[in-house]
Unconditional design. Structure first.
Length: 274
């Protein structure tokens, strides 16, 4: 396996959740640039169509050296309804093999664990774990047949160290990570890997919303909250969605064929200081 062939995913098809913005959009772009056909998924059809129009069509070369035509597409579905996700995934799997799944969706609302309703946990479990299971159940048979599969989950550094004020998110993100490690044990013999990327503070609309909420609750300004967050990051800055996508691309590529069951922090060394 030679460079850059080991990083090429030409001829593969990727399904990317939450792809209308932020980390999901960056992942879709990175995978397309590496040669994959990309199905962008989420509930915002207008946003997905915009991203679809922006996806590069590089016509990358497959392992055999031949040019591969990319066929991008859209799957508009609400991750809050796992049955709808299952139906959409089953329909897609009947038409084409999905080799790469980037399981990414919006995080649960902020708040303390003790204050959350039981239904808040149930809703988050459905959106993150049950939808992920629906996707894997639909796409894993095709991955097995192809002898190639990559399941990449986007969670949070809260898998390792809970973040104050994100009680439901801390709980559910950890559940996703352990579900992923279970899949890694079960599927690695079929050429399928399962890994979890743990983004640190990344400059997205989600993070801006969390900063705004914290500022409102504490009586501080958003700028003060932002500076306090950055002060705890050894790299001295927020991450970018493209930096998260670069890690996802590695895990989705042939180069990561022996990497499975990993929780990979992409956080500017923030966890290293805890």
């Amino acid at each position: 396996m030679s460079f850059p062939t080991c990083f090429s995913i030409a001829g593969k098809t990727a399904f990317v959740g939450g792809a209308s913005q932020g980390i999901g959009r960056a992942c879709a772009m990175a995978l397309a640039r590496a040669g994959a056909s990309v199905i962008v998924a989420g509930r915002n059809d207008e946003g997905l169509q915009k991203v679809l129009g922006e996806l590069p069509a590089c016509g990358g070369a497959s392992g055999g050296g031949t040019s591969v035509k990319q066929e991008h597409g859209v799957c508009c579905v609400d991750y809050g309804d796992w049955r709808a996700v299952q139906a959409a995934a089953d329909g897609l799997a009947a038409r084409r093999t999905i080799h790469i799944v980037v399981h990414n969706t919006g995080g649960p609302a902020a708040g303390f664990a003790v204050d959350a309703e039981p239904t808040d946990y149930a809703k988050a479990f459905e959106m993150h774990v049950m939808t992920g299971q629906a996707l894997v159940r639909a796409f894993a048979p095709g991955m097995r047949s192809a002898g190639y599969g990559r399941i990449v989950n986007i969670t949070s550094t809260s898998v390792v160290t809970p973040i104050k004020g994100l009680g439901v998110s801390n709980t559910i993100r950890a559940a996703v990570a352990n579900w992923s490690r279970s899949l890694a044990q079960e599927l690695s013999g079929f050429g399928i890997t399962a890994n979890t990327v743990l983004p640190g503070f990344t400059d997205t609309a989600r993070l801006q919303s969390l900063f705004k909420g914290k500022a409102s609750r504490s009586g501080s300004s958003e700028d003060e909250v932002r500076k306090a967050a950055i002060a705890g990051i050894p790299a001295g800055r927020l991450g970018s969605p493209e930096e998260i996508a670069a890690a996802v691309l590695f895990l989705a590529s042939p180069a990561a064929s022996y990497v499975s069951g990993v929780n990979l922090p992409v956080d500017g060394a923030r966890l290293a200081g805890n």
